[in-house]
Design a protein around this ligand. Structure first.
Ligand code: MN
Length: 228
């Protein structure tokens, strides 16, 4: 069985932004720690490459050959402000299960690697996001302890893209993401009748929660334990 996961994080050497034309700015140099990472994973079922830039502009390049899933990954990046590159090639002739789950694994690993020691992050987030008649509540803690509470059911039809996506697989995606990112994530559907809306509200909700939780707001680690 070939199974290989490689994660790469650029060196933590801080880059210093200066404005050559303005000496005053030089005394107020801003130090940015790079919060980026890339991971690759290959099995007999899938090959997934992922890059994450936490302080990016929410640019997304998602190519999983499951168009609706790409649409959701675009929501995740755009609404979190986290730039994402995800390229997956999986055994879609079986179904979309392996591809969806394995993207969750690799994306979670990439996020965890990019977060590194989590120094200064806000850590917690709680948001509710609507999409028309649907509303989904998301509670997130960058806890270092993987835990998923999943309370989302899907009425009606699957999503008839090409290939189609069984919304049941989204639970597998969020579980894989949660376990590998080592976060605590609660997803609760408050209401909703349209499957596309419910799924999209979930991705937008997690995106907004990530935007808040990864935000650097201090210079200390938000943990009395001393590690996250
Ligand atoms: Mn949509």
């Amino acid at each position: 069985m070939t199974k290989h996961l490689n994660c790469y994080k650029p060196s933590q050497s801080s880059s210093i932004e200066t404005t050559a034309a303005d000496d005053d700015c030089l005394s107020q140099k801003e130090v940015h720690v790079t919060r980026k990472a890339s991971c690759s994973r290959t099995t007999k079922e899938t090959k997934v490459d992922s890059s994450v830039e936490l302080d990016g502009l929410g640019r997304v390049d998602a190519s999983t050959k499951v168009p609706f899933f790409d649409h959701m990954l675009e929501q995740l990046g755009r609404h979190s402000g986290i730039s994402l590159e995800i390229c997956a090639s999986g055994d879609l002739e079986v179904d979309t299960h392996h591809t969806i789950e394995d993207v969750g694994i690799v994306l979670g690993q990439t996020l965890k690697t990019a977060l590194a020691d989590k120094k200064g992050v806000r850590r917690f987030a709680s948001v509710t996001v609507p999409l028309d008649e649907a509303a989904v509540s998301v509670v997130l803690d960058l806890s270092g302890r993987p835990y998923l509470h999943y309370e989302i059911d899907y009425p009606g039809h699957p999503i008839f893209g090409s290939p189609p996506l069984d919304p049941q697989l989204l639970e597998e995606f969020w579980r894989a993401f949660t376990m590998n990112a080592a976060v605590t994530l609660h997803l609760v559907k408050l209401r909703g009748r349209n499957t596309h809306h419910i799924v999209e509200a979930t991705f937008k909700g997690v995106a907004q929660a990530l935007r808040n939780a990864v935000h650097i707001e201090s210079e200390v680690l938000p943990s009395t334990k001393g590690t996250l």
